[in-house]
Design a protein around this ligand. Structure first.
Ligand code: NAI
Length: 354
């Protein structure tokens, strides 16, 4: 595997491989940039078919974290880790403790938390071996804990900013929103949107999650293969990356795409196709920063939940600035966001188009 030649390699500062035979841990940590502080970003557990797939994911995700943290104004660089394994079958506290030792070996250059496939409970195991972890349980009123509800809040506020900008409306009453993925973020987002009168169409590969949201919130279930193409005001991808691509974009009917999933655009040029189709795209790493904002406050210590909510309240302002700049310069929102992030990172050159 020629890592330096990989499309996703973008002058990453460090990539380390961890192997612990006793617990079966196989993990990769990538630090994209520590220019703004220690590299912060979650730990994903996923049954990658090949090592190349895992490396490609961690390179892409860690770079995304650099951009996300920079745009959110956090004193952190960008990093990410992946554990190769099936989160349904291969999790043990010992495995996460071994992962904690791996994180600790970097001496604080990398700070971890939960991500897809990992939970607050897993991070408690990590914390037995390192202090460079956040997203743990916390006392009422204290900053931190599970980042997913905070991410959902940021996405909710971001959707409202996009609706105001694109549709000229300040409320969500009667607006239709399709949500792809009803996990930690999507399920919280569904509740917040329903509370404001939005009409929801939802899809998930887990039938039970769909049933619960339909029963509790009066949402309509749609097929997994159809959700992206629903004729709705807003499409909120909250499951997988690369869902906005050459095949899916011509099928979209939404006027706004604003959701939590990381790396929604398969390639940077897909942003251009969205612009040409008149679809307003809320750049993923700007709208989904609520979780890392919470993790960052928790890690630095001494903060309250109210301060986290105040910080998350900046997300719609940042998005509106990007929307306005993009419209003024007739550019894509993702290009404008990338440029703002690179300016803050002191990296003016962009190697990867994604
Ligand atoms: P999660 O793993 O709890 O939920 C993902 C959901 O998507 C699951 O319910 C899964 O069954 C569903 N799903 C998987 N494949 C699907 C498909 N083809 N069609 C429809 N549904 C499908 O993950 P979580 O935490 O809710 O995150 C969602 C997305 O947001 C991920 O892309 C994640 O990287 C991103 N994100 C999450 C943050 C957080 O704080 N949890 C922070 C920033 C980004």
């Amino acid at each position: 595997m020629e890592i330096f030649d990989m499309r996703e390699f973008d002058a990453h500062e460090l990539i380390v491989f961890g192997d612990d035979a006793a617990t079966g841990l196989r993990a990769v940590i990538a630090l994209h940039s520590t220019a703004l502080g220690p590299a912060a970003g979650g730990c994903r557990m996923w049954p990658y078919a090949t090592m190349a797939e895992a490396v490609s994911d961690v390179l892409r995700l860690s770079r995304g974290m650099s951009y996300k943290n920079a745009i959110a104004g956090l004193p952190f660089g960008g990093g990410k880790s992946v554990i190769i394994g099936d989160p349904q079958k291969q999790k043990t506290p010992e495995l996460f403790e071994a992962f904690g030792r791996f994180v600790d070996s970097l001496g604080g250059r990398y700070l971890t938390a939960e991500d897809v496939g990992t939970t607050t409970a897993d991070m408690a195991s990590v914390a037995r071996a390192t202090r460079y972890v956040a997203g743990l349980g916390r006392a009422p009123g204290e900053a931190g804990g599970d980042p997913a509800p905070k991410t959902a809040l940021g996405v909710h506020l971001g959707i409202k900013a996009a609706v105001r900008f694109r549709l000229g409306r300040s409320d969500l009453e009667g607006l239709s929103v399709a949500i792809q993925g009803l996990g930690g973020v999507g399920s919280h987002l569904a509740r917040m949107l329903a509370d404001e009168g939005a009409r929801l169409k939802v899809a998930d590969v887990r039938a039970a999650a769909v049933r619960r949201v339909c029963d509790e919130l009066g949402a309509s279930a749609v097929a997994v293969e159809d959700v992206l193409a629903e004729d709705v005001d807003v499409l909120a991808p909250c499951a997988l990356g690369a869902v906005l691509n050459e095949q899916s974009i011509p099928r979209l009917h939404a006027r706004i795409v604003a959701g939590a999933a990381n790396n929604q655009l398969a390639q940077g040029q897909d942003g251009q196709s969205l612009l040409a189709a008149g679809i307003l795209y809320a750049p993923d790493y700007v709208i989904n920063a609520g979780g890392i904002i919470s993790v960052s406050r928790e890690y630095r210590g001494g903060a309250t939940d109210a301060q986290v909510l105040e910080d998350i309240g900046q997300i719609p302002l940042r998005l509106t600035e990007i929307f306005e700049r993009a419209r003024h310069e007739n550019r894509t929102t993702n290009a404008v966001a990338d440029e703002m992030a690179r300016e803050r990172l002191g990296r003016h050159r962009q190697k990867m188009v994604a």
